[in-house]
Design a protein around this ligand. Structure first.
Ligand SMILES: Cc1ncc(COP(=O)(O)O)c(C=O)c1O
Length: 424
């Protein structure tokens, strides 16, 4: 290819990303069909009241045309009503909320709005992979700070709360060029819900150094311990914080691509400006459906039911690890569980393709599970830098947002691990 036809560096990734490694492995596995516990999409539909709202919206002329760039007024109002109680004051739907094409595009808009070439953005590892390319597309430099798993994570099931930030490491990562820090709570993939104390420590450093906080709270309706929203800790913290939400995660509809940012007008206006230039506006009929979802969710007990049903799935699935004596991090929120498979002995001489053999052990574990048992999970070292990948090389991430039959089938297959487990 001549130099002029070459793709730009920002999309010319050197190595295969984790999704294609896992999908290719799944397609090549002798065990078919694969039970896919890898990617975090739901294996079931949104509830009927939301599905019906979407269908009805498609019949409306106004819903099939461009939405206003900042979002349909009904959705902004429904979000303001839903979130004002958490903020302890009335949110202004026109100046403090902007609707985006999923949380992903919302975060890209936030980076495009505030990051200049050379600005630094602190990201905790493991990170949601999309942050990295989005920050880099804006010209930013990612500065990584690892989260550390519990010391006894290889031998004991402990709460995901035990994954911790070393605050000295965090402070050392701050430089005069640090413009933003990205946090994620409830956390993908760890399942940690950051405590109010941890959030206060992060926020106080951000206030001291005038650093913006981008708080990715897409799993905000799935928590099994008390959940604190960093923006609600104080008016000063709120003034430097953008909170990200996702209707896809909230309503089991990741394909709808409806998300939003909540923040003070002096931040939201620039996110909205970037969003206008990136995609003008977001899917209109599904915004209307999400508005109806928020209007009715409380009265229908949907949020409580959502928590109950996901927690039940989590417990149902994790029973297999207890049965096998394999430790995991007990999630405090979200729908992922990190399982420590250090006890699994891959037979000597087991053959891996070169692109798997060259990656950390979790890639080999993922490959092994796909090929021997027909269960797909995600190797989390993909969400760490190479230097820190070893921290999670014995873990795999499983998504439990699947029908019970799928979870039961996965458990049955995972029992096949017994013969590969090291004796205690
Ligand atoms: C932590 C985190 N943030 C953001 C997203 C993306 O959300 P959306 O589908 O609304 O773009 C995901 C999806 O997996 C996620 O796990």
């Amino acid at each position: 290819m001549t130099a002029k036809l070459k793709p730009a560096a920002r999309v010319r990734g050197q190595r295969q990303d984790v999704w294609s490694v896992v999908n290719e492995a799944a397609a090549a596995s002798p065990v078919q069909p694969i039970v896919n516990m890898g990617q975090g999409f739901f294996g079931y539909n949104p509830p009927d009241f939301i599905l019906n709202a979407a269908k009805e919206s498609l019949d409306r002329v106004d819903c099939n045309q461009y939405a206003p760039t900042r979002g349909r007024p009904r959705l902004k109002k429904a979000l303001a009503d839903a979130y004002s109680p958490f903020w302890g004051r009335t949110l202004n739907p026109d100046t403090e909320i902007t609707i985006t094409t999923g949380a992903n595009e919302g975060m890209l808009s936030a980076f495009m709005a505030f990051i200049e070439p050379g600005d630094e953005v602190i990201v905790f590892e493991p990170f949601f992979d999309q942050y990295i390319s989005n920050i880099e597309m804006a010209g930013g430099k990612v500065v990584y700070v690892p989260m550390h798993p519990p010391k006894e994570g290889a031998v004991k099931t402990l709460s995901a709360a035990e994954w911790t930030i070393d605050f000295d490491e965090f402070e050392r990562a701050i430089t005069p060029r640090t413009k933003m820090v990205v946090i994620n709570t409830p956390h993908n993939p760890v399942g940690k819900v950051f405590s109010a104390d941890e959030l206060k420590r992060i926020a106080s450093l951000c206030l001291e150094h005038q650093i913006l906080i981008l708080s990715d709270e897409v799993y905000d309706r799935l928590y099994y311990v008390p959940f604190t929203r960093i923006a609600t800790l104080s008016p000063e913290i709120e003034s430097i914080t953008l909170t990200v939400g996702s209707a896809g995660k909230n309503f089991y509809a990741t394909g709808w691509r409806v998300g939003w940012l909540i923040g003070p007008p002096h931040l939201i206006q620039y996110v909205a400006a970037a969003h206008t230039r990136i995609c003008y506006s977001s899917v209109s009929p599904l915004q209307e459906a999400c508005a109806i979802g928020f209007e009715q969710a409380d009265a229908r007990g949907f949020w409580d039911e959502s928590i109950r049903s996901m927690k039940r799935k989590m417990d149902l699935f994790n029973a297999v690890w207890r049965e096998l004596g394999v430790p995991y991090s007990e999630p405090e929120g979200g729908y992922f569980v990190m399982v420590n498979l250090s006890k699994v002995q891959i037979p000597d001489g087991y053959e891996f393709p070169p692109h798997v053999a060259s990656r950390p052990r979790d890639f080999r574990l993922a490959w092994f599970l796909i090929h021997e048992l027909g269960v797909a999970a995600i190797p989390p070292s993909e969400f760490y830098t190479d230097a820190n990948a070893h921290i999670v090389e014995d873990y795999l991430r499983f998504a439990v947002c699947k029908p019970d039959e799928v979870l039961e089938e996965a458990k049955e297959r995972l029992r096949g691990l017994k013969k590969y487990l090291k004796a205690e």
